[in-house]
Design a protein around this ligand. Sequence first.
Ligand SMILES: Cc1cc2nc3c(=O)[nH]c(=O)nc-3n(C[C@H](O)[C@H](O)[C@H](O)COP(=O)(O)OP(=O)(O)OC[C@H]3O[C@@H](n4cnc5c(N)ncnc54)[C@H](O)[C@@H]3O)c2cc1C
Length: 457
Amino acid sequence: MSPNVSADVTPSTDRHLAADIAILGGGPAGCSAASWLAQLGLRVAVVEREARLCASLQALQFPQDWVLGHAGQDLAALGQQYARQLQAQAGVQILLERNLQHADWQAGEGWRLQLGDGSCLAARALILATGLRPLRPEPFFPPGRPHLRVLDAMDLTARRETLPPGRILLLGGGDNAAENALFLQARGHQVTLWSRSDWRAQQMLVDRIQAQPSIVQRPRCPMPSALLADAEGVTVRSREHGEERFDHVAALLGYEAEPSAWLLVGDALQRAGITAPSHPFRDEPRFAPLGLFVAGDASGRQHPCVQTALGDGVVAAKAAEAFLRPLKEGQPTLALRRNNRQIIHLQGLRFGANLGVLDFEREGPQPIQVDAEVNLGAQTIVSRDADIGHVLDYRRVRQIIIDECTAEHTDLLEALLGKLCTRLMKLAGVVGVRIKVTKLEIFEDCQVAISAECGQW
Ligand SMILES: Cc1cc2nc3c(=O)[nH]c(=O)nc-3n(C[C@H](O)[C@H](O)[C@H](O)COP(=O)(O)OP(=O)(O)OC[C@H]3O[C@@H](n4cnc5c(N)ncnc54)[C@H](O)[C@@H]3O)c2cc1C
């Protein structure tokens, strides 16, 4: 074992804790990452704001067969199993009922996390595994006015077994809304299912809903304008259906990354002079050289579930181990294995394009110049010749720009910029685009250009 890592967990003092790696969030992803890292001989601290690990699974009592090898078992029981295994594992410090209050990052030092109980945790690497939270649009959930009759996804899951049968409105058209509609209808509720778009749920669920005439179905219907809850029920107002009365309303409108931790971590990076994303951290390799990793639902999985969270925990653990692993003699440091950002620049690309709203601009092509920067994010440093097929070929970028500008007449320069940004951002590996289009001969005394930037910079 290297001098950098040790398996014993020894808090320096009660208030000053130390670990090789801190994991924020003790759900399936955090537990899975912690278990792997501890088995790899690293000191791990898991910070969980709830009083138990895998608290998010506690209310998920219904048996489900998605998790391979555990058919028929409910997620609450699985969560207890994950928690028990981690609690029995050496090298893992579990800090329950502690919220992140403040984070700092310093080059060469790593992370210092101030926790809600006044303690401070120092770690060289950090995994964000803080999961998602249900969307609670303000018009339906006015701040400071919680109401027992207007429920979000978590409330409904916790209460659906015990809600007395009555009139219930479900807002949403995804799997969660469809599955709940079937569940509640089977328990004697009069269910109305209302979605602003077409049904987005799995076809199997849509077929089952459509075979249930007693479920009132309102696809492609603008959301209600107001929900007015009182002690007896909820009045729902909408242009399409006027004023209606329900016993309960559940807004099942999707999820967003739990913001408490990533906002503080983003602030820490900004203070250290590193551009942090204004959106939740995804699994972005450019943060790996800082010892920052994301796992589980927080990483923006297309299908967030327990299995992907467990797998994600392993991937994050291996990436964190690679960051922490001591270097062998002669091996380049991580900073020399990956750059911070790689950009393709195309400057002064000139050709004729059919562009503009003026009469003479409609007569034929006019000369324009395009300057483009295509951000590929952090890349492995290429130290010897490699296959062109493994990199983004700049000839392709040039041709796409010419094709987009010449395929058809575009009235507005702004629209042309939009087309170019959209097309270039779709290229594999591209994380940001800066583009400037100049009309070279529009005026005798000056050129006119508009530039745009999108994605990450
Ligand atoms: C209603 C519902 C039904 C579901 N049904 C299924 C199903 O049938 N099958 C399935 O596989 N999946 C299901 N899921 C999804 C599954 O629960 C998640 O995909 C899984 O729990 C994700 O694990 P995670 O560790 O990424 O996040 P989470 O389980 O959400 O864990 C994140 C943890 O981070 C903690 N945390 C957040 N912020 C902080 C902070 N600032 N400081 C400290 N701790 C923090 C939270 O308290 C939480 O314990 C369901 C989810 C919901 C909501």
